[in-house]
Design a protein around this ligand. Structure first.
Ligand SMILES: *[C@@H]1O[C@H](CO)[C@@H](O)[C@H](O)[C@H]1NC(C)=O
Ligand SMILES: *[C@@H]1O[C@H](CO)[C@@H](O)[C@H](O)[C@H]1NC(C)=O
Length: 538
């Protein structure tokens, strides 16, 4: 064999390899994002925030199913930083998840290029900082994944599309909030609620036309209710699932969650209030924005549209009306309901009970008696390089038990391709919001009190919604089913940010003994190394 032939052969093999990793026919999108501090005054007083390319909130990512994202993130803060892609499943690719269990944080004046695909996804997502309390300062943004031209969506293309990031907000900067948590205090009550980082944003449209409002709760800890004066909202999508298109006057959106609604401008041309207000809080904080009809000469007026009062049961009932449209298309050319999740036998039940213990006199949060502490070495890298002593697989139990709380870098072992039931048991008086990276899951049931196997009788095993973040009501439970089809090290965490910061999280290791690129990609050649992984070779 001549040298040239051999070279061609090798190039051919390499080409095939790289094609199998990232589909060449899916477009590439390149971004360079620089993260800096900046000053804005959303509440009338200047405060330090985190900017991305000079913007607060960060730029909206508008992408298409299966796009390949090449995003170089340059950290100009004085602290290590990471972004995580909330709801992007990172198939076979927990290397790019952007949390401290999978990635070394980007040191100040340094950069990391994320490479991931929005594989088989469609819908409304977000990104935000996963490090320290940076989320309290901004750095978050919308991440909208549009359908490919070949995929019909189950509603007419809207005449316009608005991204609304709603969330509680503090005047206090992220370092002060962090110091307060570090010193053992719990998070104070927020100062306000913002919509797209402001108290006065405005969204404009033409009478008679229909607009999509993509609403995400990017706040730290507070559930919100969203509504528009004089207008009905048709729910069409929740975190990547197309829903039964019910009509709502107002919607509860819990921390970390996203919903997309269609709103027809069917009222007389004037301006209308858009409202986001806190739920289940003694004092109700409210943010307003304006829905402006293009021909309007009349400013907003009248009382704000009323939201629910405390009404926990109302909220739980509303959550049960969020259902999958089984005949609607998904990101791939097949109906969403063609996978009959309710007929699959679960191989394991995990019950996760949250708690708020004091440890050494300091406020911590825990799940199944373990309060998580970060390791200097990302768990994913420890696993890959066989570095001992970083985590152990028996550090957290899969069922709650009585006894003292401990601090640990907790990892729960599971097997690739298992189909599991997870019950979030909330015996506290506060709202919970649980998120799992790498997955979406069917939210099959919400119930009051203590979950027992009898609770399964109430599960929706036909048309429950899939989503990535599920709320759990006070003294209640929420049950989900998860198909563990994505190998990796995945963060299961409270989306309520002070709780995850102080330990209400762990990692789910979805593993198989078979090493195969069909199950998991190789470590990226540009992976940052830190802790005990320094000096290893990716
Ligand atoms: C940092 O950015 C440069 C391009 O400016 C890129 O070549 C390099 O791979 C990036 N570093 C990492 C760790 O991704
Ligand atoms: C479900 O989606 C289909 C489109 O595939 C649509 O025609 C139908 O109206 C939707 N059903 C409901 C109840 O929203």
């Amino acid at each position: 064999m001549g040298k040239t032939v051999l070279l061609h052969l090798i190039c051919g093999v390499l080409a095939v390899l790289s094609v199998s990793l990232v589909k060449a026919d899916d477009p590439y999108r390149y971004y360079t994002w620089t993260v800096t501090y900046g000053t804005v005054s959303p509440l009338g007083v200047p405060q330090q925030v985190i900017l991305i390319n000079g913007q607060f909130p960060g730029p909206t990512l508008d992408v298409v199913t299966n796009d390949n994202m090449i995003l170089n993130l340059i950290n100009k803060l004085d602290e290590p930083f990471l972004l995580t892609w909330n709801g992007i499943k990172q198939r076979k690719n927990s290397w790019q998840d952007g949390v401290l269990g999978t990635n070394c944080p980007i040191p100040p004046n340094s950069n990391y290029t994320y490479k991931f695909q929005t594989k088989d996804q469609i819908g409304t997502f977000t990104y935000f900082p996963s490090t320290l309390m940076h989320k309290a300062a901004g750095g978050f943004g919308g991440l909208n994944v549009y359908e490919r031209p070949s995929i019909p969506i189950p509603f007419p293309t809207p005449d316009g599309d608005f991204t609304l990031l709603i969330g509680d907000w503090y005047k206090t900067d992220h370092k002060t909030l962090q110091q307060s948590l570090d010193s053992g205090k719990s998070l104070p009550f927020p100062d306000s609620v913002l919509i797209n980082g402001q108290k006065q944003s405005s969204f404009s449209g033409d009478q008679g036309k229909t607009y999509m409002f993509r609403i995400s709760n990017v706040g730290l800890s507070t559930s919100l209710n969203f509504r528009i004066q004089g207008h009905k909202m048709k729910l069409v999508e929740v975190e990547g699932s197309h829903t039964i298109q019910n009509i709502y006057d107002s919607l509860d959106v819990h921390v970390g969650q996203s919903v997309a609604v269609l709103v027809t401008l069917d009222q007389p041309p004037k301006d209308y209030y858009i409202v986001a207000s806190t739920r289940f809080t003694k004092a109700v904080l409210t943010a307003t924005a304006v829905l402006h009809y293009s021909k309007s000469q009349t400013p907003v007026s009248g009382p704000l549209p009323a939201g629910p009062t405390y009404q926990l049961h109302w909220s739980m009932q509303q959550a049960r009306t969020f259902r999958w449209n089984l005949t609607a298309s998904a990101a791939r050319p097949n109906p969403q309901g063609s996978y009959h999740y309710g007929k699959i036998t679960t191989s394991k039940t995990i019950v996760l009970a949250n708690s708020a213990p004091l440890i050494n006199g300091k406020q911590r949060y825990a799940v199944n008696r373990v309060s998580y502490v970060n390791s200097d070495t990302p768990l994913k890298l420890a696993d890959y390089f066989n570095i001992p002593g970083i985590f152990s697989l028996d550090s957290i139990q899969s069922l709650p038990s009585e006894g003292p709380i401990s601090l640990a870098t907790s990892v729960m072992p599971t097997s690739l391709h298992d189909f599991i039931e997870v019950v979030f048991q909330n015996n506290e008086k506060t709202m919970q919001s649980w998120h799992l990276d790498g997955y979406d899951f069917w939210v099959v049931g919400y119930g009051s009190g203590q979950w027992t196997p009898a609770g399964r009788k109430s599960y929706n095993l036909v048309d429950a919604l899939t989503r990535h973040t599920a709320q759990v009501y006070p003294n209640s439970w929420t049950a989900i089913l998860v198909s563990l089809d994505n190998q990796g090290m995945w963060n299961m965490r409270s989306a309520i940010w002070d709780r995850q910061y102080l330990g209400q999280q762990f990692y789910l290791r979805v593993w198989t003994s078979t090493h195969s690129l069909a199950n998991e990609y190789n470590i990226p050649p540009n992976a940052l190394l830190c802790g005990k992984a320094v000096g290893q070779h990716p």
